[in-house]
Ligand binder design. Structure first.
Ligand SMILES: *[C@@H]1O[C@H](CO)[C@@H](O)[C@H](O)[C@H]1NC(C)=O
Ligand SMILES: *[C@@H]1O[C@H](CO)[C@@H](O)[C@H](O)[C@H]1NC(C)=O
Ligand SMILES: *[C@@H]1O[C@H](CO)[C@@H](O)[C@H](O)[C@H]1NC(C)=O
Ligand SMILES: *[C@@H]1O[C@H](CO)[C@@H](O)[C@H](O)[C@H]1NC(C)=O
Ligand SMILES: *[C@@H]1O[C@H](CO)[C@@H](O)[C@H](O)[C@H]1NC(C)=O
Length: 451
């Protein structure tokens, strides 16, 4: 690819212990490996175990997995060294345990002596550990620029309204956010504070593209006094023909072009019982084809028959598929029968849907999702299923929205817009990463001069 790297630079990448963070880090790792960097991807053994089969053979010598061992706290055995399936009350313990593993990260850095550490903002302390070894560090932001700048504005300019009115929170979302910020303020530790590095321009990488977020990227640069460098959407490795998915893909193949909605809320967000019923009845009323991935928290698994309204599966018959296991999301999004994606609007899912050109029916739940939903509505590639003032969704609204996207003019417009954006993204995807790789090299050169 474009960038000439004369010496092999070695980067240690250190994502938060959640799939939603490891996945974009791995995607960037592959793109950097394509440009001549050698990557150490550092995480806990349990996370690396599920990551290893997501690394194609050609990266075997370019991306090395490095195990970080956390202290063994009695309440946090090694199989809980990941957010996947972690009982929610232990999430602070996990964050604490990760931080306690500082000495182990330090040892890793001492042994490997990478040229650069790329870390997650969930563990800003990693920057200090790197600097103790005279290793420069930059962060990789895994949220959208709209969301990141919204939060930075909130923290740095309290009382100053966010200057982009398309990105806003509804009343009930504001209340939830307020509660969350209050809680996280209590956990805030002094060294989590922003530190300004003098002498050279700090940079941060972000998982987005100027094609969709130029103004938010610029605003974030200005707010944070850093060069914010987009790395583009995730790489999509060629989709493999997994025999397990054959029946589902054959079924999808029998449906008309753009006729089917894919319904999935990610692996870490779960519908309440009420929401589940409304979604089921909404799908039933819409009379469109669907694939619905239903997930339950670990330890709270249920029979599909029990979780769904009585007789739902019989009434749906061949029109829909309900899965309570892993679904081949990328294959489904890449299929011509798929005409819409009902999504919680986690940033990774949004980027994938845009990349495959599938319009989004937004059903955000919390954290960054509502603002991602507003962003893609602003871009003209999504419509939102709006919750009422009590935060409830309604089957009528769900059915109408689905019908609009799959069978009405609205859908055509969204698909057209989505196709344009998707095309532009494909044109710039290599370029943005080439620029990002150059920025990293410049940054390393500049920090070497300072040391
Ligand atoms: C972490 O746990 C708290 C309560 O135990 C919960 O309110 C919060 O949503 C959890 N955070 C995440 C990201 O799951
Ligand atoms: C460091 O790793 C070892 C295993 O190699 C583990 O037993 C120990 O608890 C870890 N220490 C910290 C502080 O995380
Ligand atoms: C998507 O499907 C097309 C064929 O329909 C195929 O050429 C392409 O490689 C697929 N995309 C990925 C990422 O595999
Ligand atoms: C399906 O959507 C694509 C755009 O994504 C469009 O080119 C195509 O004409 C649509 N097909 C039908 C049958 O509407
Ligand atoms: C970085 O510095 C090296 C050695 O000083 C030099 O060869 C290289 O061209 C520089 N790269 C960039 C992108 O400035």
């Amino acid at each position: 690819m474009g960038t000439q790297v004369t010496t092999t630079l070695r980067l240690l990448m250190f994502p938060w212990l959640a799939y939603g963070h490891i996945s974009p880090f791995l995607s960037v790792a592959k793109k950097l490996a394509d440009r001549g960097f050698l990557i150490y991807l550092c995480s806990t053994p349990i996370n690396l175990k599920s990551t290893i089969n997501k690394i194609p053979e050609k990266y075997a010598d370019l991306i090395h997995l490095i195990e970080l061992h956390l202290p063994e706290l009695p309440e946090l055995p090694p199989h809980y060294h990941t957010t996947n399936g972690l009982p929610p009350h232990l999430n602070h313990t996990l964050k604490k345990a990760l931080k306690m593993s500082k000495p182990n990260l330090s040892k890793i850095l001492q042994n490997l002596k990478p040229d650069l550490v790329i870390y997650d903002i969930m563990q800003q302390w990693a920057e200090h550990v790197a600097n103790e070894h005279n290793i420069p560090a930059v962060r990789l932001l895994t949220f959208s620029a709209a969301v990141t700048s919204y939060f930075v504005n909130l923290v740095k300019k309290p009382g100053v309204e966010f200057p982009f009115p398309d990105i806003y929170l509804r009343k009930i979302e504001q209340v939830k956010l307020g509660e969350m910020l209050e809680k996280s303020a209590k956990d805030q530790e002094p060294d989590d504070e922003e530190r300004l590095v003098d002498g050279y321009i700090q940079i941060a990488l972000i998982c987005t593209s100027r094609t969709i977020e130029a103004k938010y990227i610029d605003f974030l640069s200005e707010l944070s006094n850093m060069k914010i460098v987009p790395v583009g959407p995730p790489v999509q490795d060629p989709i493999t023909n997994d025999a397990d998915d054959m029946e589902l893909m054959d079924w999808l193949g029998t449906k008309d072009e753009n006729s089917t909605v894919f319904v999935s809320f990610g692996s870490e967000y779960f519908l309440s019982k009420e929401d589940m019923e409304e979604v089921a009845f909404g799908l039933e009323l819409s009379i469109v084809n669907f694939i619905w991935v239903v997930r339950f928290p670990k330890g709270k698994e249920q029979n599909l028959e029990d979780a769904l309204p009585k007789g739902f599966l019989e009434r749906i018959g061949e029109r829909g598929k309900v899965l309570d296991k892993f679904a081949p999301q990328l294959r489904i999004l890449n299929h011509t029968s798929t005409g819409g994606f009902i999504s919680h609007c986690g940033w990774n899912s949004v980027m994938e849907s845009i990349d495959f050109g599938v319009p989004i029916i937004a059903m955000p739940m919390h954290l960054d999702q509502p603002m991602n939903a507003r962003l893609i509505v602003e871009l003209g590639v999504a419509v939102e299923i709006v919750r009422d003032d009590d935060g409830k969704i309604h089957k009528g609204e769900i059915a109408e929205t689905i019908k609009n996207v799959i069978t009405e003019k609205t859908g055509e417009k969204l698909r057209g817009k989505m196709r344009d954006i998707s095309k532009n993204l494909k044109c710039t995807r290599g370029e943005e990463m080439d620029v990002a790789a150059e920025e990293l090299i410049n940054f390393l050169n500049n920090s070497a001069k300072l040391n």
